[in-house]
Structures are given as structure tokens and as C-alpha cells.
Design a protein around this ligand. Structure first.
Ligand code: ATP
Ligand code: MG
Length: 358
């Protein structure tokens, strides 16, 4: 009998309780068609968990996640939490840190039928998630920025061989499964030691991947190349802050915030998370675009498929992706993509496309 995979469902705040159930419904339909067996485990997180458990990330949620194969994480709106939760590390940061989810993988792919600056982009940004110039969240545990006087603020960045090497391997493995091209992004002409080490370690790892073509750019030059010719890039690997900024740019060039998916992965588990936030301005109106969350789920299935060597999981991912692409190409989309479908109408259309194709 085939394995049953157990996946967590954490709705989160704002539009989370709309887009996460939509994504789970679509994944359930796709898994049934692909013959993958999935059990969904709903767990408390965010504002709702503060109300019931007195904390946005209850211990029982962390404990339960440790026993699962991966999970869907809805967005959070931690600025709206009461203190002390507002000032604490947000739920996504807490989970990234707790589970050492060191690789943030964010594709940017244009959709036929959706307007975009570049209509033929198909690239993936692999962002180091634990150190670099956002090291404050992890390595320095909140002390990476400080003010020695009221008029001076200092920030520390850290790049290590170990963290760079593990994220570089994820990026090279990914490049090998795609168009076999990898671009290292750094600023080694100015931040010579830190981002210089990042480039050197990536180039060292490249020796193990002679079939992957490698080039590298400074972060500032990279923004120009992305705007001019996003279609030429395959996999991009970079440090934490550069990756955060570049992936918003790449996401926007290839579509909209509402379509930009991501996963955060360690060697043993992964968390599907839309790149956008909780969109409190449109929450509860049934107009949010669930595509970024749906495709984040597809990425999780693809990652699980590679990890477990289970083609039914990889197939689930493909079925989700083509269900979404087919629905958008048929002219059904939410308002942010120029359409008029509600969240639930779009979801029903994708489920229909998936079950009709089966
Ligand atoms: P965060 O700090 O949580 O990332 P943010 O300030 O980046 O938040 P978002 O919550 O991502 O903001 O929202 C930015 C804008 O994009 C808002 O106007 C929001 O309504 C819109 N938006 C974000 N996600 C979606 C979505 N899935 N569907 C439609 N509109 C969205
Ligand atoms: Mg944001």
C-alpha cells in the first residue's frame, strides 16, 4: 500500500483563512487524481491562537509539526497582535528558526493569460534564510542591530562557509533538474569579505556540478538584467536580504504578488508559504487571489516527491500547476489579475479543471 503523507494546515491571519482552505481543497482534488494519499492536520497559529492559547505559535503546534512531512502556512499580520506578541519574532520567522528552514525557494514564472512585464520568465530564486544581512533573526538572536548612541545605528551581517554551502547545494541540485544554469548574486566589489565569501563558496560547490553553467552578478547590476531579460535566468542563489528584495522584483516582473509562491526548506521538512502578506485591506471579502498559496502547495508536493522518490507526489504538483494555468488561460482569475472571479469561484473552477482532466 502506498504511503500516507501527513501535512499541517496553519490558516494564519487576514486572507489566510480564505486562501489556505482553497489551496487544501485543490491539493486534495489533485492528490486524488494522482493517487497520492494525504492526511491534513489543522493546527492553531496567529491571532486565532493568541485568543485560544495565549500565544501566536503554541508549543503544541511546533510539537505536532515536528511529526509531519511538511505544512501549509498562511500569512500573518503580527503588527496587529497585542504586546508582547507584536514585538516578538513573527510566526513565520519563529518556524523558520525552530525548524532551521535554511533555503527559501521562490520561483517567478509568467502565466499565459496574465499581464506581466516579462511574459516568458521562468526562474527560481534560492535565498539563504538564516544569516547574511538579516542575521538579526537567527545568528545574533535580536542583537544584530544596535545603537551605541542615540544618533548611531549599527548592523552586523554574517556569512559562513557552512550555511552558504548547504544553500548552494540546494540551488545547484535545483539547477540540475531544470535548465542547468546558475547565477550567483553578491556585492563582492564592496562587501568584499562577506559577499565575497558567499561567491567563493558557491564557486567551490560548482566543482561538484560540472554540468551546470555558472555566472555571477553584483546585486545592483542584477536588478537591471532582471528587468531587461528575466527570461535568460534559470536558478539564482543569493544571501538573505538580496534574495528578499530580488524575489519581490522577480515576482512582480513575471506576474503579481498574488501569484508568487515559495517554500522554506531544511534537509528534512518544508513549509509552503505565499510570498505576499496577510492583505488585511481585502480580508474577509472573498476576493483574495489564492494562486500564490495554491502554487506554494504544489512546490511542497514537488519537494516531497523528490525527497521520497514518490511519483504520485510529483504528479500531484503537476496537476495543481496545470489546473491553475489552464483556469487562468481560460480567462478565469481574481481582480488583481484583471478578472472578476471571487476566491471561491476561482477555487471551484480549478477543482473542476482538475477533475475534468482526470
Ligand atoms: P507583509 O509585511 O505581511 O508582507 P505587506 O505590507 O508586504 O505585508 P501584503 O499583505 O503582501 O503587504 O499586501 C500588499 C498589497 O497587495 C495589498 O494591497 C494587498 O491587498 C495586496 N495583496 C497581497 N496578497 C494578495 C492576494 N493574494 N490577492 C490579492 N491581493 C493581494
Ligand atoms: Mg511583504
Amino acid at each position: 500500500m502506498s504511503t500516507t503523507y501527513r501535512l499541517g494546515v496553519l490558516d494564519g491571519d487576514g486572507i489566510g483563512p480564505e486562501i489556505v482552505p482553497s489551496s487544501v481543497e485543490i491539493a486534495t482534488a489533485a492528490a486524488a487524481v494522482a493517487g497520492a494519499r494525504v492526511d491534513w492536520v489543522t493546527l492553531p497559529l496567529g491571532a486565532a491562537a493568541i485568543a485560544t492559547h495565549g500565544t501566536p505559535v503554541p508549543e503544541e503546534t511546533k510539537d505536532a509539526l515536528a511529526g509531519l512531512d511538511g505544512w501549509y502556512l498562511g500569512p500573518h499580520d503580527s503588527v496587529s497582535y497585542p504586546e508582547p506578541h507584536k514585538s516578538a519574532l513573527n510566526p513565520s520567522g519563529t518556524l523558520r528558526k525552530h525548524f532551521q528552514l535554511f533555503a527559501n525557494i521562490r520561483p517567478a514564472k509568467s502565466f499565459p493569460g496574465a499581464q506581466a512585464v516579462c511574459d516568458s520568465a521562468d526562474l527560481v530564486i534560492v535565498r539563504e534564510n538564516t544569516e547574511g544581512f538579516y542575521a538579526d533573526r537567527n545568528t545574533f538572536a535580536g542583537t544584530g542591530e544596535f545603537m551605541p548612541t542615540p544618533d548611531t545605528a549599527i548592523m552586523m551581517g554574517i556569512i559562513t562557509r557552512q550555511a552558504t554551502e548547504r544553500v548552494a547545494r540546494v540551488a545547484f541540485d535545483l539547477a540540475r533538474s531544470r535548465r542547468k544554469k546558475l547565477t550567483i548574486v553578491h556585492k563582492a566589489n564592496v562587501l568584499k569579505l562577506t559577499t565575497g565569501l558567499f561567491r567563493t563558496v558557491c564557486q567551490d560547490v560548482a566543482r561538484d556540478y560540472p554540468d551546470v553553467r555558472v555566472d555571477d552578478f553584483h546585486i545592483d547590476a542584477m536588478t537591471v538584467h532582471l528587468v531587461r531579460r528575466a527570461q535568460d535566468f534559470d536558478v539564482i542563489v543569493t544571501e538573505n536580504m538580496f534574495g528578499d528584495i530580488l524575489s519581490d522584483l522577480a515576482g512582480e516582473i513575471s506576474g503579481s504578488l498574488g501569484t508568487a509562491p515559495s517554500i522554506n526548506a531544511s534537509a528534512t521538512t518544508a513549509m509552503a508559504q505565499a510570498s505576499h502578506g496577510s492583505a488585511p485591506d481585502i480580508a474577509g471579502q472573498n476576493i483574495a487571489n489564492p494562486v500564490a498559496m495554491i502554487l506554494s502547495g504544489a512546490m511542497l508536493f514537488e519537494w516531497l516527491g523528490a525527497r521520497h522518490g514518490d511519483p504520485a507526489l510529483a504528479n500531484t504538483a503537476k496537476i495543481i500547476e496545470s489546473g491553475v494555468a489552464g483556469t487562468i488561460a481560460a480567462g478565469i482569475s481574481t481582480r488583481d489579475l484583471g478578472g472578476s472571479a471571487s476566491t471561491t469561484e476561482f477555487t471551484a473552477a480549478v477543482v473542476k479543471a482538475i477533475t475534468a482532466d482526470a
